[in-house]
Design a protein around this ligand. Structure first.
Ligand code: DAH
Length: 345
């Protein structure tokens, strides 16, 4: 091997040994740079005869071309490697399962409200909805609770500008719904004819200044109203029995009425239930209030209390939700913690 062949060989080896573009540029400088070995050879030609210059020059140039070709080949190889590496890093496994979007679900109290609507619906109760910002008239006065009535102090009320308030119970919906119903049948009422019964529930949010483990300033109630010509406490007890046994999916459950006072009913009763088995076995649990609608309230419906009679009740959906799922702190429902809420999905 002559000196030029050796040089081409060592240049090729140096290029192949270069692992990065930077190494390759350093190796290139050693052979083709300003003071690289090939450049030095070309510089040394000055001393040669014209004849020798021709042959030697051609040989050096040929060697130079070979070195340049080796350099280009290595550059390409390094670029190819880098591309392959990048492609591998960015590779996409199309056989992987997709990422799912989180699925929302109904809040446990909403589940209860839906359940209540379904069960009462099956007993012929319509479902009504009304304003959460209520007038004093519907929230208190129409419900036989005049301004100086002591019962108003049972309610710590949030008042809003203009004298309106956040409803403290769903009972105003009794009046709103009944008035609407009577209006719809105004002609029959005018002629003294009987009108269809009122049978409605009104679930929704209610507000009171109150906050602890069993009270939240925003909570839920479900109002119920059944007015006809001969609707009695017996019917009320039957409705409750049907409702609670359906709601808790057990017949092993007792219901009792405890005498109480509400301005809008007379007589009035607190409603308690007791399970015959399970962790709460035998304990009386208060779940709502009820009573025969007071004649003054029936009058505010636009009906004659001598002809129309019936009952009303107010149930606590939050309490029912706690009992159904065994939750002991009401505040958990309103903290928005997904670790809690997702357990109901
Ligand atoms: N409104 C009552 C409350 O908030 C609950 C209630 C009791 C509603 C008796 C009624 C009823 O309709 O008849 O405490």
């Amino acid at each position: 091997m002559n000196d030029l062949e050796l040089l081409v060989q060592s240049a090729t080896e140096a290029f192949v040994a270069a692992a990065t573009p930077a190494d390759l540029e350093n190796a290139k400088a050693r052979f083709l740079g300003k003071s690289g070995s090939l450049t030095e050879l070309l510089k040394g030609m000055g001393a040669l005869s014209v004849e020798d210059k021709k042959t030697r020059g051609a040989a050096i140039n040929q060697a130079k071309q070979q070195v340049e070709a080796a350099l280009t080949a290595r550059r390409q190889a390094l670029a190819d490697d880098e591309l392959a590496l990048q492609l591998r890093a960015e590779s996409l496994d199309v056989s992987l399962p997709g990422r799912r979007r989180g699925e929302g679900g109904l809040h446990p109290v909403s589940l209860t409200l839906e359940r209540m609507e379904a069960i009462f619906g099956s007993m012929g109760f319509a479902v009504a909805d009304g304003p959460e910002i209520e007038t004093d008239w519907f929230n208190f006065t129409a419900l036989n609770t005049p301004e100086d009535h002591p019962a108003r102090s049972m309610h710590d009320t949030f008042y809003v500008e203009g004298g309106n308030l956040l409803r403290t119970h769903t009972s105003p919906m009794q009046v709103r719904y009944a008035v609407q119903h009577v209006k719809q049948h105004a002609e029959a009422v005018g002629r003294g004819e009987r009108i269809p019964e009122i049978r409605v529930i009104a679930p929704g949010r209610t507000y009171r200044v109150d906050s602890d483990a069993t009270h939240s300033p925003m909570f839920h109630q479900c109002e119920g109203l059944w007015i006809g010509e001969a609707v009695s406490f017996t019917d009320l007890k039957a409705v409750f029995a049907d409702f609670f046994r359906n709601f808790f999916e057990t017949d092993d459950l007792d219901i009792r009425f405890r005498p109480s006072f509400f301005p809008f009913t007379e007589p009035s009763a607190e409603v308690d239930i007791a399970f015959a088995s399970g962790p709460l076995k035998g304990r009386w649990l208060e779940v709502g209030g009820s009573g025969q609608v007071h004649p003054n309230v029936v009058r505010n419906f636009g009906l004659d209390p001598e002809k129309y009679i019936g009952f009303a009740f107010g149930l606590g959906p939050d309490r029912l939700t706690m009992l159904r799922y065994g939750v002991n702190d009401l505040r958990l429902f309103y903290e928005g913690d997904l670790r809690f809420l997702s357990q109901f999905q």
